[in-house]
Ligand binder design. Sequence first.
Ligand code: HEC
Length: 474
Amino acid sequence: MKTTGWFQGLVSAAFVLSFALWGVSGVGCSGPSTNNSNDASVADTSGGNDTAPGEGTSVLPDDTTQPTPDTVTPAPDQPATGGVTWYKDVQPLIQKSCLGCHSKGGVGPFPLTSYDEVKANAGAVKWSIETGQMPPWSPSAQNTDKKDCEELEGARRLSPTEIKTITEWFDKKMPMGDPKDEKPYKPVVDSLDSIDAEVDTQTDYTPPGQSPDDYHCFLTKPVISDGKSKELTGFQFLPGVKSMVHHVLIYSVNKSYSQTLAGRYPEKHWPCSTGALINQGSFGKANLIGVWVPGTDVVRFPQDTGIPMNDGDQLVLEIHYNLSALKGPQPDRSTIRLQYAKQPVKHRMSLSLQLQFQLNIPPNSKDSKATNNRIVPSKIRVWGMMPHMHKFGSKFSVDWTLASGEKKCLIDIPKWDYNWQQTYFFKNPGGVIMNPNDKTFMTCTYNNPTDQTIRWGDKTGDEMCLTFYFISAP
Ligand code: HEC
């Protein structure tokens, strides 16, 4: 069985080459036969080999995957002294988990900064918390549905006890309590250790406003000015109009491809569909290096890791604007700051891709699946991942079968939300070590309510099924 990929990219000094070596560079420019030579040996679309298809998401029941508190059994370790109140119990939780987005000028559709504002939205707030809709975090919690998933860094999640406190407060008709218990709200401000490059969208761009959603790509200036290669260790994205920027895909683009793009789009910005640069025969030339969603101040790569960047690299910022929190579109100019390593990092990360582009999602179908099974050829370290599907996606998971037969789960997203896709790093310091003959089994699940068969493509009405992995030598 021929499986190149995971590791070969690493031995190559040029980070960008790692893509080509997966055999995926042909996706945009050549027919499926090229890809089959690599994919068919490892893809498991037909079912019926040793890796049980459906291992993973297919056994999940409907969408009842969010943790709901058991409101019947009282928790014995919770003395009910005085009962729950707004000032004492609930406000601190709202401050911690909601105000990052639901305060004035934030991306949330309404502020939740006071008792009155929460009361005015009581029904929706209670529902959103009980169902796990809010705060937005798509991967399943450990110890709920899938006990063996890797823990992820930065989970925005209320604990079952916190959810219980809030629901109880609503059930008791929202007692206000004693204002003396109020703790002032201190927004957490996070920033990079150093700002080594800062570039922006180079224009004040106003979305057309005909529809609430607009996808636009911007080519930035070069991000290295002294001609020396760097290692990117983190970034901070600063939306111009905070309430309008819903999510951003960030690509690093090499010198010659930047020139190609600048030639194609002389204004250096253009309407682009979603995941546009994942799909245009651009592997190795434009690499997705991060996804930003509101509520993330700074994205830091794991300790001692970095992504190599070369002289002449520019960025493409693919911005999804959403106008629902605004009266009308406003001009936006967003900025990104980059942080480079001061010393050479211990683990030079590159990005590796697992994908299934042979999508054939039947009309009017529910829970239709695309899978891909990949065998790890040599020892690697995996630091995190960036799954990507479009709007018909309903679930995403990657199961990890060790060579010994033990089964684990790398990530499980029981309720895919296109708007809240993001970069996930594993909490485990040092990431996850994979050994030769381990397998990663990716499952993308879709609901297609339309009358059309949905296939792979970069339009919003098309679909994708892929995940990037941040990998390094072991
Ligand atoms: C990271 C940003 C963020 C955080 C944190 C957040 N929200 Fe939201 N919230 C949003 C956005 C954006 C929307 C608009 C719908 C969407 O895009 O998902 C929303 C929508 C809502 C809605 C409307 C119902 C809906 O799903 O459309 C409610 C109610 C809500 N949030 C409550 C909360 C509560 C309560 C918390 C804290 C427990 C919270 N949110 C935390 C960003 C956030």
